[in-house]
Design a protein around this ligand. Structure first.
Ligand code: ADP
Length: 709
C-alpha cells in the first residue's frame, strides 16, 4: 500500500511537473514545452512531438535532444517506431531501437535504445501525430506510464488541431485576399450605416484614393446615385434590389470629385448577426466611349445609307424616266415607220420587178427604214434591260429551227459577199427546249449578223451542241473576218463600243448589239465569251442552261410556238385571200391608208373609225343592224378614247365579236393588258403583214362559225 502510494505520488509529481511545464504555453510554444516536460516526466533523455502529414511524412514539430529543442526535422513514417505506435495505440521498446528500426536515421543520430510512444488523435479519431519519449539507455520503468503519455497526447491533439485549423484558416484567408486583390472590379463591403467595412485594391484605383481615405468614406460620397437607383429598381425598396443582386449603370465619384461611368452589381449577406452589403463596381468608361464611337459610326452609316438610297431611287427614277421616254419615242417613230415601210411594200408590190431607178430607190428606202427600226429596237431593248424591265419568257422552242431561220435570213447578205455561211447542229441538240424564242433568235441574229458583217471573205460557221451532262446548249459563231484588237475585245460587251470610228462608217451599227446580247444571255441564265485574232477571225461562244420539254406538252403547244418563218411573202399573201367586213379603229391617216390597202388587197371590206369613241358607235350600230363586223382591228394608243377603254366599253355592252389589238409594244405585259381589256388577240406595229392577215383570218373564221351556230 505504501509502495503503491509512493508510486502514485511519483506519478502525480511527474504529471504536475509536466502541467507546470506546459500550462502557460500555447500555440507554437506549446510543443517545445511539451517535449521538454514529457522527457522530464518520463525520465527519458529525449522526447518529441511529431505531426503525421500526407505522403508518409513524420514531421518533428519539437525534438528535445536533452539540451535543446529543434524543429522542422522530417522522417519517413514507414518502418519507424511511430508507425508501430499508431498501429497498436501504444508502443514501447526497452532496448535496441537503432537495430530494430535501422532506416530511421534520427534514432541512430541520437543513439536511441529505448523508445515509447502513442498516437495523437483528434476527438473524432483522426490521426494527427505521434508523441514519443526516447532514451539513450534501456527504457526506464517510469517511461512506461501509459496513462501519462495518453493524457499528454490528448492535450497535444487539441493544440495540434488548433494549429491545423489556424493554418487552414490562414491559407483560406490568403486565398480570398489574393482573389479579391487580383480582381479588376472594385469591391466594397458596406455596413448598414454606409461606412466601408472592406475594400480591395481595385477600389483604391477606381476611386483614386488610398485605403485610409476609402475606409472613412461613406457610400453617398462614392456612389451618390446608388441608393436612389436601387430603390427605383426595387419599386421603392432598395433592400429588395440588394437581395435580388441587381445590376445598374451609374456614375461613381473619385476622391478628387471626378465622375466615372460604372456598372455596379449589388448584393447582401449576414455575418455575425450584422447585415453587410456588397457593391462590385466596374469601370465602363472605355466601353462607353467605344459605344459612343460606334453609335457615331452607326449614325454616319445610316446617313450614308439613306443618302445612297435616295441617290439610288433618284437614279432608278431617272432610268425609268429614260426608259419611258425611249419607249414613247420609239412608239412615236415606229408609228410613222409603219406607214413608210407599208407604203414602200405596196409600191414595190405594184412595180414590175425588173430593175430600174425607182425600184432601187424604193429598196433603199425599205432597207434604211428596216435599219432605222433595228436601231430603234436596240435602244429600246437596251434601256429596258438597264431598267430591269425586260421580260423573259419560258416557252417550248426549237433551237434548231431558230438557228436555221436566222441563218437563212442572213444567207442573202453572206451570198452577196461570197462568204460561206455554214450551220452544223449536233444530233444531241434536243428538238424542243424551254427558253425565250424571241430572245434566243435575237442573240443568234446579232452574233451571226456581226460575223457576216465583219467578214469580207472566207466563211462564217455556226455550230449548235448540247452538253447533256450540264444540260447546256452551246452556240458557237466563228468567222474568218477582220478580228478584234485585244483592247477592243476587253470592252466589246460594253454599250456603244465599236472597233473604231472608221468601222462605224464602213459597217454601220450602234455599238449596242453585243451589250444587249450579253445581257440577254445573262437574263436567260447563260454566259457569253469572245476570242479573236485580228486579221484572222473571231469566235463568240454562248452557253445557255436548257431544260428539255416533255413530248406531250410539246405536242399540245406545237401550235402556238416560236418565230414566224420568213420568206415567201407573196405566196403567203396569196394564200390568205379572203372576204368579210373589218372595222379598223386607228387615228393616224397614213396608217389608216396602209392598213386599208393591205386588207382590201386581201379581199376584205374595210371601214375606218378615227378614234375609240367612233369605233364603239360604229361597231354597236352595225351589230344592231344585223350586219356586224367580222373583226375589229383596234389600235391601242388613240386620242379621245384609247383602244383599251374602247374594247372595255364594247365588252361591257355585250359585244362578243373578235377584237384584235394593234400595239407597238411587243412586251408580254402589254399583250396581257390587251387581253385583260377584252381583246382576243393582238398584232404588232409596224405591220407584219403575214402575221396580221393570219390572225385576222383565224378570228374571222371563228366569227363566221359562231354566226352559223
Ligand atoms: P454594232 O452595232 O456596232 O455591230 P456590236 O455591239 O454588235 O455593235 O459590236 C460592237 C463592235 O464589236 C463592232 O463595232 C465591231 O467593232 C466589233 N465586232 C463585233 N462582232 C465582230 C466580229 N464578228 N468580227 C469583228 N468585229 C466584231
Amino acid at each position: 500500500m505504501k509502495h503503491r502510494s509512493a508510486k502514485t505520488t511519483k506519478g502525480e509529481e511527474r504529471v504536475r511537473a509536466l502541467l507546470e511545464q506546459t500550462a502557460s504555453a500555447s500555440g507554437e510554444a506549446f510543443f517545445p514545452a511539451l517535449a521538454r516536460g514529457l522527457a522530464r516526466a518520463l525520465a527519458t533523455r529525449f522526447a518529441a512531438v511529431c505531426a503525421v502529414n500526407e505522403g508518409d511524412e513524420l514531421e518533428y514539430l519539437a525534438l528535445f535532444d536533452g539540451e535543446r529543442v529543434t524543429r522542422d526535422v522530417r522522417a519517413r513514417m514507414t518502418d519507424s517506431p511511430a508507425e508501430r505506435a499508431v498501429e497498436t495505440g501504444w508502443y514501447s521498446l526497452s532496448d535496441g531501437a537503432v537495430d530494430e528500426f535501422p532506416r530511421h536515421a534520427i534514432l541512430r543520430e541520437l543513439g536511441v535504445r529505448g523508445w515509447v510512444g502513442a498516437p495523437i488523435r483528434s476527438l473524432d479519431g483522426r490521426l494527427l501525430g505521434v508523441l514519443c519519449a526516447m532514451h539513450d539507455h534501456p527504457l526506464p520503468q517510469a517511461a512506461r506510464d501509459r496513462e501519462l503519455l495518453a493524457s499528454s497526447a490528448a492535450r497535444c491533439a487539441t493544440e495540434l488541431a488548433q494549429m491545423r485549423f489556424s493554418a487552414a484558416l490562414e491559407a483560406s484567408e490568403a486565398l480570398t485576399r489574393c482573389i479579391l486583390e487580383s480582381m479588376r472590379d472594385a469591391i466594397l463591403v458596406l455596413r448598414s450605416d454606409g461606412s466601408v467595412a472592406f475594400h480591395n485594391g481595385a477600389a483604391c484605383e477606381l476611386f483614386r484614393a488610398d485605403g485610409f481615405w476609402l475606409m472613412r468614406a461613406r457610400l453617398p460620397e462614392l456612389l451618390p446615385d446608388l441608393e436612389r437607383a436601387a430603390a427605383e429598381l426595387g419599386d421603392g425598396d432598395a433592400a429588395e434590389s440588394y437581395r435580388r443582386r441587381a445590376s445598374l449603370e451609374l456614375t461613381a465619384k473619385t476622391k478628387e470629385g471626378d465622375t466615372v461611368h460604372v456598372a455596379v452589381t449589388i448584393g447582401v449577406f449576414e455575418l455575425g448577426g450584422a447585415e453587410l452589403r456588397t457593391v462590385v463596381v466596374r469601370n465602363i468608361e472605355r466601353r462607353r466611349r467605344e459605344e459612343q464611337r460606334l453609335r457615331g459610326y452607326a449614325r454616319a452609316l445610316e446617313r450614308a445609307n439613306s443618302d445612297l438610297e435616295r441617290a439610288r431611287r433618284k437614279a432608278e427614277r431617272a432610268a425609268a424616266a429614260k426608259t419611258e421616254f425611249l419607249a414613247n419615242m420609239s412608239h412615236e417613230i415606229r408609228t410613222p415607220m409603219t406607214a413608210i415601210l407599208g407604203f414602200t411594200d405596196i409600191l414595190l408590190e405594184d412595180t414590175p420587178t425588173t430593175a430600174n431607178d425607182k425600184v432601187d430607190a424604193l429598196r433603199t428606202i425599205r432597207r434604211n427604214g428596216a435599219y432605222l427600226l433595228e436601231i430603234l429596237n436596240g435602244i429600246l431593248d437596251f434601256s429596258k434591260i438597264e431598267a430591269n424591265r425586260l421580260e423573259i419568257e419560258r416557252l417550248p422552242c426549237s433551237p434548231r429551227r431558230i438557228a436555221t431561220d436566222v441563218v437563212e435570213l442572213l444567207r442573202p447578205r453572206a451570198d452577196e459577199k461570197h462568204v460561206v455561211l455554214a450551220l452544223s447542229i449536233a444530233d444531241t441538240v434536243p428538238d424542243k427546249l424551254l427558253s425565250d424564242p424571241v430572245r434566243l433568235r435575237q442573240v443568234l441574229l446579232n452574233l451571226i449578223g456581226n460575223a457576216v458583217k465583219f467578214t469580207p471573205a472566207g466563211q462564217v460557221e455556226v455550230a449548235l451542241r448540247f452538253d447533256a451532262l450540264d444540260q447546256t446548249l452551246e452556240l458557237d459563231v466563228a468567222d474568218t473576218g477582220i478580228g478584234i484588237e485585244s483592247e477592243t475585245l476587253a470592252q466589246i460587251f460594253e454599250p456603244f463600243r465599236q472597233g473604231d470610228s472608221s468601222m462605224t462608217r464602213r459597217f454601220g451599227g450602234t455599238g449596242l448589239g453585243l451589250a444587249i446580247t450579253k445581257r440577254l444571255v445573262e437574263r436567260l441564265g447563260g454566259a457569253i465569251t469572245a476570242s479573236s485574232e485580228p486579221g484572222r477571225g473571231s469566235l463568240f461562244r454562248v452557253r445557255l442552261p436548257a431544260e428539255g420539254v416533255d413530248m406531250e406538252r410539246d405536242a399540245a403547244e406545237a401550235l402556238g410556238e416560236d418565230t414566224p418563218s420568213t420568206g415567201g411573202l407573196r405566196a403567203a399573201l396569196r394564200g390568205l385571200r379572203s372576204s368579210g367586213r373589218i372595222l379598223v379603229v386607228e387615228d393616224g391617216p397614213d396608217n389608216q391608208r396602209v392598213i386599208r390597202h393591205v386588207l382590201e388587197r386581201s379581199g376584205y371590206q374595210v371601214t375606218i373609225a378615227e378614234n375609240g369613241l367612233i369605233g364603239v358607235e360604229l361597231a354597236l350600230s352595225a351589230a344592231e343592224e344585223g350586219t356586224p363586223f367580222g373583226v375589229i382591228l383596234m389600235d391601242v394608243q388613240m386620242p379621245v378614247l384609247d383602244g383599251y377603254a374602247a374594247t372595255r366599253q364594247l365588252r361591257d355592252q355585250g359585244y362578243s365579236g373578235p377584237i384584235i389589238a394593234l400595239t407597238a409594244h411587243a412586251l408580254p405585259s402589254e399583250r396581257q393588258r390587251c387581253l385583260e381589256a377584252g381583246c382576243d388577240a393582238f398584232a404588232t406595229k409596224p405591220l407584219e403583214r403575214v402575221a396580221l392577215l393570219e390572225t385576222i383570218a383565224a378570228h374571222m373564221q371563228k366569227a363566221t362559225e359562231g354566226d352559223s351556230r
